[in-house]
Design a protein around this ligand. Structure first.
Ligand code: FDA
Length: 409
């Protein structure tokens, strides 16, 4: 039976990168995945071009029960480090919105980079391979692990769990990482879908269903906590609810039963502009409003009825000041309470996961000696915009350094 220094479970972004770095540090690495393909999520990310990092990354771009946890790994492997690797492989990339970096050609280029790094590290890959059991055992008189798989049993000194979250089960997401954590008595923070569209009760949504397909920039927030960020991003109306970058971002912070708040005309003072229009215009309110926000949105809002007893479907010069102020307020502070999310089927990531209190922020080793957790399986969740891949790279790199220090010390 062949033995290894390290077995990495999960050949996604974090697992591939960790295996490659650890192999190049001289460790004998086995990489195991139940899928026959590697990195399916990289393949579909960023519309097929993978938003592989963001030029501006700090711990403030992540959610976790311990927001400081990610700092150490993020500072030791930065976006600039990953960009240098991408350049070394001759992969063209470009910056889009807000520091987001994408491949020029295809996410496949990134997958080939990771496979080449694994090859350079002499990594052995077993795919498809099902892990049947993981046992703590003695390996050559030292603490180690036995992996029972459908390809037989192998032993190693350390195990890295890089099995990701629960999002998109149809391309191979499972809860194996959480089960391994539980098996060894490590804590979990409840998992939930994040970066996900929000849905509404049919009667709440009926007045807005006709807006499906409409997209506009908004400012969005939720909750009362001061440390919850606001996002200025595009909103997309769908048949069932709200999506687009603004909603995906806020969904990670949204708590069931609470409203989200939208400013549908960020940066413009709708109240003042309506009041001024009243003085010199006889246009219908919807038409005036339609010059401040998309016309379809203006029509839908005005159609919603009356404020202070006065309907909004009338010439603006006949409208009461109070009625116009109420309309402006509804545009600037639209509070609406989702009934849920589109779930793991549509979520880009899973928030929650292995409790960071059980992990070293330096090496990602858990309280169970020789057992490491990296990437999305950990309770560290990035914003939309390349942050989740940067966490995968940074946590993988910190882990590989930690493995080298532990096993080659
Ligand atoms: P990842 O999910 O990549 O890999 C886990 C691996 O474990 C998989 O290969 C899986 O097959 C394997 N595995 C699972 N269960 C197993 C089991 N029981 N046995 C063996 N193997 C098992 N992020 C970003 O920064 N920029 C972006 O552009 C995007 N875009 C994007 C689009 C879409 C549609 C999704 C769903 C997600 C994104 N993301 C993203 C998020 C990003 O893809 C995600 O955070 C990382 O892939 C996480 O990397 P991991 O390696 O931790 O898990």
């Amino acid at each position: 039976m062949e033995t290894f220094d390290v077995a990495v479970i999960g050949a996604g972004a974090a697992g591939l990168f960790c295996a490659g770095v650890a192999g190049q540090l001289g460790l004998k690495v086995l990489l195991v995945d139940h899928s026959d393909k590697v990195a399916e999520k990289i393949r579909i990310s960023g519309g097929g071009r993978s938003n592989f990092t963001n030029v501006n990354v700090s711990a403030a771009n992540f959610l976790s029960e311990n927001p400081r946890f990610a700092k150490s790994a993020l500072s030791r492997y930065t976006p600039q480090d990953f960009v240098a690797l991408v350049r070394r492989h001759g992969i063209g990339f470009h910056e889009k919105h807000k520091g987001q970096l994408f491949c020029d050609r295809s996410a496949e280029d990134l997958i080939n980079l990771l496979l080449a790094e694994c090859a350079a590290g002499g990594v052995t890959r077993w795919q498809p391979c099902n892990l049947l059991a993981l046992r703590h055992t003695n390996v050559d008189g030292q603490s180690g692990y036995a992996l029972d798989t459908n390809r037989g049993t192998t032993t190693c000194r350390a195990v890295v769990v890089a099995t990701g979250g629960l999002s998109i089960p149809k391309i191979g997401a499972t809860d194996l990482g959480y089960r391994i954590a539980q098996q060894f008595g490590l804590g979990l923070v409840a998992a939930r879908p994040a970066l996900v569209p929000l849905t509404f009760d049919a009667d709440v949504w009926a007045p807005f269903a006709s807006l499906s397909g409409l997209s506009l920039p908004v400012e969005i927030s939720t909750g009362t906590k001061k440390d919850f960020p606001q996002f200025l991003e595009d909103l997309l109306f769908t048949h069932r609810g709200l999506s687009g970058p603004a909603v995906l971002q806020i969904s990670s912070y949204w708590q069931s039963g609470t409203p989200i708040r939208l400013d549908l005309a960020p940066g413009s003072d709708v109240a003042t502009q309506l009041a001024q229009a009243k003085v010199h215009s006889r246009k219908l309110i919807a038409n005036v409003l339609g010059s401040l926000v998309p016309a379809r949105l203006a029509d839908a809002w005005v159609a919603q009825g009356a404020a202070g007893g006065q309907p909004w479907q009338r010439p603006i010069n006949e409208a009461a000041d109070k009625s116009l102020a109420a309309l402006a307020e509804r545009i600037a502070r639209w509070d609406i309470t989702p009934n849920g999310t589109e779930g793991y089927r549509k979520a880009e990531v899973t928030a929650g996961g292995v409790d960071t209190r059980c992990l070293s922020s330096q090496t990602l080793e858990s309280q169970q000696s020789g057992l490491y957790f990296i990437g999305e399986v950990v309770d560290v969740t990035g914003w939309l915009g390349g942050y989740n891949f940067q966490w995968a790279w940074a946590s993988a790199f910190a882990c590989a350094q930690g493995l080298h220090a532990k096993l080659r010390a």
